[in-house]
Design a protein around this ligand. Structure first.
Ligand SMILES: [Fe+2]
Length: 258
């Protein structure tokens, strides 16, 4: 996990145990994305299925008799302890992405087109002015590809090493605070100026992976989704990735953990 801590992301090699899980998850995901129950999850003119909490895995991550296992799971458990695996997100992107999201401003759509809608997870917009607050402190993000695509099919994008710049910026506004005060603190200005420094300083990388491989992101790394290129290929359902981002029990751990 040295790479995760040094660069803010890691790609783990093929593991047959994770490939088994991905194959089972893909079967369920293909049905879920077409069901009426989840039709509201389609955004951006039906080119992006957000898919939060869509996969009905058990709290140990298993789906039926297929357990969530493999090197990525073992290494994350060694670093951050045993996890309660919430229902995974199933993120699906189809040809044509990006298109404007309903209600999205021109500026926000340009940011989606030109900056991959780059963000740090867990900083939720609060109130009319959508000021950012740390309300969902995740421990890490684990991405598990569910199908085979070309590398230019809306890959996950990461700014290499950006978690270090972000961490320093958030320590300046949140460092030493209690749980409640961190929740109530507006971090918008620190976040936006750190993001500008990241765009100047950190290389933008497109991360592609295949079923059986895993992508792990540090909780403070700046990341987004690239467009689905005209030349890209994917199965009819689109490019599908399952994501876990277990929440930390204590907000201060968001800054304190490695
Ligand atoms: Fe994200």
């Amino acid at each position: 996990m040295k790479t995760l801590l040094a660069r803010g992301w890691a790609k783990l090699p093929h593991d047959p145990r994770l490939a088994d899980w991905a194959a089972r998850a893909a079967e369920i995901a293909r049905d879920a994305i077409e069901s009426d129950e989840h039709s509201q999850q389609w955004q951006c003119d039906k080119t992006w299925f957000v898919g939060v909490d869509v996969l009905h895995n058990a709290p140990d991550g298993s789906i039926g008799d297929v357990s969530l296992a493999g090197r990525a799971v073992e290494e994350l458990t060694a670093l951050y302890g045993a996890q309660h695996w919430h229902r995974a997100q199933v993120s699906v992107v189809r040809p044509g992405y990006p298109k404007p999201r309903a209600g999205e401003s021109d500026a926000a759509f340009r940011y989606r087109q030109h900056r991959d809608a780059a963000h740090v997870d867990g900083l939720l917009p609060v109130g009319d002015k959508r000021r950012r607050h740390l309300h969902e402190p995740h421990g890490f993000i684990l991405g598990i590809p569910l199908n085979e695509t070309s590398p230019d099919a809306a890959p996950l994008v990461v700014w290499d090493g950006s978690h270090l710049i972000m961490k320093q910026a958030f320590e300046q506004v949140l460092g030493g605070m209690t749980d409640a005060r961190e929740r109530d603190t507006d971090v918008t200005d620190a976040y936006q100026s750190a993001r500008r420094r990241v765009f100047d300083a950190c290389p933008r990388l497109e991360l592609h992976a295949r079923p059986g491989e895993a992508l792990i992101l540090h909780r403070q790394v700046l990341h987004g989704i690239a467009g689905f290129a005209d030349t890209a290929t994917a199965p009819p359902e689109g490019r599908m990735i399952a994501y876990f981002r277990p929440q930390l029990a204590e907000i201060p751990d968001w800054l304190a953990l490695p």
